[in-house]
Design a binder for this molecule. Structure first.
Ligand SMILES: C[S@@+](CC[C@H](N)C(=O)[O-])C[C@H]1O[C@@H](n2cnc3c(N)ncnc32)[C@H](O)[C@@H]1O
Length: 361
């Protein structure tokens, strides 16, 4: 049965395939899925001191064969595609056991792969038998619904988080442990609880406050916890009641960041246009000031109307920069610097000063 509305900030108990069928088409901004790995563990694995290794041996991770797993994957991904907004994205995380099969199925269903991210674990489990390399990473596949989707990517937020360097596709985080790891009577509640740091980067990179995030394999609710903190709406689906109980308690204890102003980011392309002339009005540049490029090869003087002038060319900060270098176009904001008493300052930095001044209103 299809229902018109669904509730946000709620965990639905049941099989995600059946549950997703009840959700309206094109209603979700982000789907994050951490599906069963199909680990196919056969023997009990022991450490050198003979203690047992807690792998994923739960029934939810058991499939008869690859065909069975592929059918399961096709079915839930098909439904995920139906309920994803046209400009929404999907992330799927997995290991070598399942991620290549999932990648093929994603492409077969016409999802468009934007990146694969490698989550490098700082504290992976050793390969106790010494028969293989220690398996120290998981792979995340990030897809838009179509090649032409206008998906959200908070490029500048990511760059800023990374000390002004473009964020790369190799992400280094420890596995979930310490006080973050949910425990009951000394035992882990869930074998594969994901770290909040990893989920935080995903949520901040591809969603905005108020967006709707679905996790069809909710487990201990890591997506719910981070969504609540950063003012996103979550919907969780989880088969096992025992995990839902812990997830609900966990999410209840999370305090959302109250002042949305601090978590709202405006990407460069959405920012208000500030003409160069505003720098004169704000007294940050004077008519007659000399601008120069980074290497001080070229110079131009500022005119009162916001244009700049060289010996033989007058125009905007962009057209003069392009003319000097014999280029069809050039971004004058990142090209020009103004002499200051000690050092020079980029006019882009001066523009940012005006932006933050104006944003206070
Ligand atoms: C790999 S775990 C996800 C862990 C989660 N990301 C976390 O941080 O706790 C997969 C979860 O999916 C659930 N699950 C497996 N098959 C399911 C299905 N068909 N529908 C809903 N939940 C399912 C399992 O019970 C398990 O909790």
């Amino acid at each position: 049965m299809k229902i018109k509305n669904f509730c946000f900030n709620k965990i639905y108990q049941g099989n995600c395939l059946e549950r997703m069928k009840m959700f309206p088409a094109k209603s979700i901004d982000l789907i994050f899925a951490d599906p069963p790995y199909n680990l196919q563990l056969e023997k009990v694995l022991k450490r050198p001191d003979q203690s047992k290794v807690n792998g994923v041996k739960e029934n939810w991770d058991k499939f008869n064969n690859f065909q069975d797993y592929d059918n399961f994957t096709k079915n839930w991904l098909n439904e995920a595609r139906r309920i994803l907004k046209d400009d929404g994205t999907i992330w799927v995380i997995g290991t070598y056991h399942n991620i290549f099969r999932i990648g093929k199925i994603l492409q077969d269903l016409n999802f468009w792969i934007l990146n694969d991210i490698i989550w490098v674990k700082t504290n992976p489990m050793p390969n106790f038998r010494g028969t293989r390399f220690s398996n120290a990473h998981e792979t995340l596949i990030w897809c838009s619904k179509n090649k032409k989707s206008k998906y959200t990517f908070n490029y500048n937020l990511m760059k800023s988080l990374n000390d002004d360097l473009q964020m790369r596709s190799d992400w280094i985080f420890p596995i979930c442990n310490g006080s973050e790891r949910l425990k009951h009577r000394g035992k882990k509640v869930h074998p594969t609880q994901k770290p909040e740091a990893l989920i935080t980067r995903i949520i901040l990179s591809v969603t905005n406050p108020g967006d709707i995030i679905l996790d069809p394999f909710f487990g201990t609710g890591t997506i719910g916890a981070v969504s609540k903190k950063y003012n996103r709406k979550y919907i969780g689906i989880e088969n096992e009641k025992k995990y839902i109980k812990f997830a609900e308690k966990r999410i209840k204890s999370i305090e959302p960041i109250k002042n949305v102003k601090f978590i709202k980011t405006i990407e460069k392309k959405q920012q208000k246009r500030i003409p160069f002339g505003r720098l004169i009005e704000f007294n940050l540049i004077q008519p007659g000031d000399i601008l120069h490029d980074l290497k001080k090869k070229w110079h131009a003087k500022v005119r009162v109307d916001g244009s700049i002038i060289t010996e033989n060319f007058k125009g905007s900060i962009h057209s003069v920069a392009a003319n000097l270098q014999n280029l069809p176009s050039c971004n004058g904001w990142t090209f020009w610097y103004k002499y200051e008493k000690k050092d020079s300052i980029s006019i882009d930095v001066l523009r940012e000063k005006i932006r933050s001044e104006l944003e206070r209103f």
